[in-house]
Design a binder for this molecule. Structure first.
Ligand SMILES: Cc1cc2nc3c(=O)[nH]c(=O)nc-3n(C[C@H](O)[C@H](O)[C@H](O)COP(=O)(O)O)c2cc1C
Length: 176
């Protein structure tokens, strides 16, 4: 698939079929995430892959206050928590007052979701979840930053046109 076509095709899926995701498919997406760049190459993240009964429990922790009702159908979740910085990334983050871990996780998630799309899978990045509940359920000690819902879209789930700000709003070109 051509790159811009892949980008157009990736969308947040909120309507999943019952088709399970294979270990090979999950691994392909994890390998794409693994190759993502990170500050000082620290790779400060951990992926907890949840399927079966555990996926049902994780899904439950993403539904509250009427949000994310669709996660009842999702066959696989990848919970992404922070890992350790290297000494140089920790120093850079402190001196420059930047949260490189969240940035690195965001980039890795972009790799993961685009790879999933290229494999014919669908995803939804979830930032709305009950962190304490998930941490307890999965024995995660560090901050949990994102959850990825992964599965096959239902047959009637069409590609939507993207709603985005114009480049005029988003971009400034400066030459001096
Ligand atoms: C950090 C982050 C958190 C998000 N959290 C949720 C969420 O909890 N539930 C949800 O349905 N979509 C969530 N989304 C998906 C966005 O709503 C979606 O990416 C955006 O509307 C653009 O649509 P598209 O992904 O279909 O192109 C999240 C996306 C990001 C990047």
């Amino acid at each position: 698939m051509e790159f811009m076509e892949l980008i157009q095709k990736r969308q947040s899926c909120r309507n999943y079929s019952q088709q399970p995701v294979t270990t090979e498919e999950i691994n392909a997406c994890l390998q794409a995430a693994q190759m993502a760049p990170s500050a000082c190459n620290a790779q400060p993240m951990h992926y907890t892959v949840c399927t079966g009964a555990m996926a049902a429990k994780v899904g439950e922790a993403t539904r509250s206050m009427g949000m994310n009702k669709f996660t009842e159908q999702v066959p696989c979740f990848v919970v992404i928590s922070e890992g350790n910085y290297t000494a140089s990334a920790a120093m850079g983050s402190r001196v420059k007052d930047q949260d490189y871990r969240s940035i690195d996780i965001g980039i890795a998630v972009a790799h993961f979701t685009l790879c999933a799309t290229s494999c014919g899978l669908s995803t939804c990045i979830l930032g709305w979840f009950e962190e304490k509940k998930l941490a307890q359920l999965l024995g995660i000690k560090n901050r949990i930053r994102l959850v990825i819902a992964l599965g096959y879209a239902a047959e009637n789930d069409a590609i939507r046109p993207k709603k985005r700000k114009s480049l005029e709003e988003l971009v400034d070109f400066k030459t001096e």
